[in-house]
Design a protein around this ligand. Sequence first.
Ligand code: NAD
Ligand code: ZN
Length: 341
Amino acid sequence: MKALAKLHAQPGIWMTDAEKPDYGYNDLRIRIKKTAICGTDVHIYKWDEWSQKTIPVPMVIGHEYVGVVEAMGDGVRGFSIGDRVSGEGHITCGHCRNCRAGRRHLCRNTVGVGVNRPGAFAEYLVIPADNAFKLPDDISDELAAIFDPFGNAVHTALAFDLVGEDVLITGAGPIGIMAAAVARHVGARHVVITDVNSYRLDLAKTMAATRTVDVSKENLKDVMAELGMKEGFDVGLEMSGVPSAFRQMLDTINHGGKIAMLGIPPQDVAIDWNKVIFKGLVIKGIYGREMFETWYKMAALLQSGLDLSPILTHEMPVDDFQKGFDIMSSGQSGKVILNWE
Ligand code: NAD
Ligand code: ZN
């Protein structure tokens, strides 16, 4: 079968001919329809320090996808051949304390699809049926293909109550923009999103952010005054992984504020802990998506009218993958979809 793989320990990604994967007793084999390129795939493409430590070569990558169940093991219940599915990219162990308590997103033995085991940039993908999510018919293939990053946005945005609150989102990457749309949809008051990339801030604006702020040109505190915010943000969603953005959040959040942190800083970050202590802040780390609460909420948010379609800025046949990776690396895009059919 056709597959996009990291074949060599150097920058790049290669189309290759891989063995069609076998499935086990509890597995689904999914025929891939569409995939999306994640920031993680770009890291692997560029072969940064994290990838060099993490990715065994060769490895079929990719973990954002939609497809159709083509075959399944005898132990699978609740799925039929032909079901349209996406899937949770974190394969959990099932026997640690958190897994046994139903908190699979906190599994200490998580294995990543397209990171530690063969991924979805292929004509066929095998995953445990427990990791698949059957999609309602009224959700498009394109949106279904981005349920993984949409799930990061939903998991982070719904970590704290946003109804009537003023929310600061640092980082208008695809996930930050989707989180802004979710925050507005569930009833936040001001949703202010920061970045240094005007393409992405413009996209955030079309997707319901109250105010976009280019922090290289504007002062966030001036914007707060303009919006009549006297005290500070109630909730912060950190979605850049950039230390200065996190510090700005600590500066502008109100006393008693709550921060959900999704962005992954490249190295240790020093902050003024006095702000955390004297403001009485609550800071929560967010990893992945809750299995499967976040997934049900994603479907319901779309079915209740959340419009994510503007985030789908590019779509192309998988043979144009190089163009897809170039666009994604340029920062001049929302989500980039690769078509496998
Ligand atoms: P992304 O890299 O596309 O977005 C980050 C954005 O931050 C970019 O648009 C960048 O221009 C912007 N930025 C740079 N400097 C900034 C500044 N000073 N202030 C505000 N914004 C600034 O990433 P993404 O795919 O949208 O993901 C968002 C973050 O979440 C990344 O750090 C990613 O690594 C992380 N992530 C975490 C998880 C998890 O499970 N915790 C899962 C997926 C992604
Ligand atoms: Zn576990």
